[in-house]
Ligand binder design. Structure first.
Ligand SMILES: *Cc1c(COP(=O)(O)O)cnc(C)c1O
Length: 372
């Protein structure tokens, strides 16, 4: 008998769980006759900003564009440098470069694997580089960066903070959500994110209406009025179909995040005593459990053993950005980042896993990893 495979993420299960609402949303758009920048996007921008607790949101084509356009709207461009981490998807860095700026990499905390704010503070004091104008903290795995401390640091040094919240729909620090701390924040609605479209989509959120208006101009040719470009701009629109799908899914997000947290709790309890480093959550922070990441020097072996049992795990990310062929910097050493990339393993985690599947994952990973 073939036991069905357990997937690291399962957007199709998300569709099936909300099928009637999603089908109705798609039909409404098809029959409505407006397919780009219409009532669905306007409503989604309002509803997402309200859900998040942000002043406003601007829908764009994807998360990478969200970062690029947010940086550009904040006045970051040619000649500027932007601090970020290297244990992120290269999209974060591609967006910094697309805005015309250059990335500067900071190392991460060994526990949370997030931007190490005290280390960044020391780095900035040593570098004294006036070209550094902005910081893009990445709320990796759905864990929020220490935003109170980062905000203080940025204010003292007059740096712009643009959050990469692409994995952080619902994460919070001290009850205040990721995506509401920076001058602007960037979300992706790639199908496997906590809130996913069935195609590409993204958004920029923020509390400053003038900055959001700049993003709005940039996303469509610099048009304030149709066919009149007040400034140069691009095409980075979020279409009506994806907006309607996101509206259908948004009301379920809190319950889905709660189910993720329940599964994470089972993993934390069930994997105690196994020869693995379990994820650590800093005091006062609420993860949205986009990923449940364990660490082991035997990562590749454990992953292969689980795969042989039909349990598919992810690795976010196997190669740090400064070791990627496109961005290679042999002179740069980020010890925590490099070690993390060699050891991290994302266990299957999505709201549609059954308790039985979660128990099976715990059993198999305990057997693959052994006892501590
Ligand atoms: C998904 C993701 C992005 C890019 O989003 P796209 O919608 O794929 O362009 C950027 N940063 C992080 C941390 C992500 O997880």
């Amino acid at each position: 008998m073939n036991v069905p495979r357990i997937l690291p993420a399962d957007p199709r299960a998300g569709y099936l769980a909300a099928r009637a609402d999603i089908d109705a949303a798609v039909a409404r758009v098809l029959q409505g006759g407006t397919y780009i920048l219409g009532p669905e996007l306007e409503a989604f921008e309002r509803e997402f900003a309200e859900w998040l607790g942000a002043g406003g949101a601007v829908g764009v084509a994807n998360g990478t564009d969200a970062i690029e356009l947010a940086l550009a709207a904040a006045g970051i461009g040619a000649g500027d440098k932007v601090v970020t981490v290297a244990n992120t998807v290269t999209a974060t860095v591609a967006a910094i470069q697309a805005a015309g700026a250059r990335p500067v990499f900071a190392d991460v905390e060994p526990g949370t694997l997030l931007l190490d704010v005290p280390a960044l503070e020391a780095m900035l004091a040593t570098l004294r580089d006036p070209k550094i104008k902005a910081i893009v903290p990445v709320h990796l795995y759905g864990q929020a960066v220490d935003m109170p401390r980062l905000t203080e640091l940025a204010r003292a040094r007059n740096l712009v903070v643009i959050e990469d919240a692409a994995q952080a729909h619902g994460a919070a620090v001290g009850g205040r959500r990721a995506g509401t701390w920076g001058a602007l924040a960037c979300f992706s609605f790639y199908p496997t994110k906590n809130l996913g479209a069935f195609g590409d989509a993204g958004a920029v959120t923020g509390g400053d209406a003038a900055l959001l208006e700049k993003v709005r101009l940039l996303r469509q040719y610099g048009w304030r009025r149709r066919y009149v470009s007040d400034q140069p701009g691009r095409n980075s629109r979020l279409d009506e179909m994806q907006a309607a799908i996101l509206r259908a899914r948004l009301p379920r997000l809190d319950a889905e995040n709660a189910r993720r947290a329940e599964i994470a709790g089972r993993y934390l309890a069930g994997l105690r005593g196994a020869a693995l480093t379990l994820p650590s959550v800093a005091e006062g922070r609420t993860p949205c459990w986009h990923q449940f990441v364990v660490r082991s020097p035997r990562r590749d072996e454990i992953r292969a053993q689980l795969e042989a049992k039909g349990i598919l795990c992810g690795v976010l990310y196997p190669i740090p950005v400064h070791r990627q062929p496109a961005y290679h910097d042999a002179a740069l050493s980020l010890p925590q980042t490099e070690q993390a990339c060699a050891e991290v393993l994302s266990l299957p985690l999505h709201p549609w896993l059954t308790d039985e599947q979660v128990e099976r994952v715990i059993r198999e990973i305990r057997s693959a990893a052994g006892a501590a």
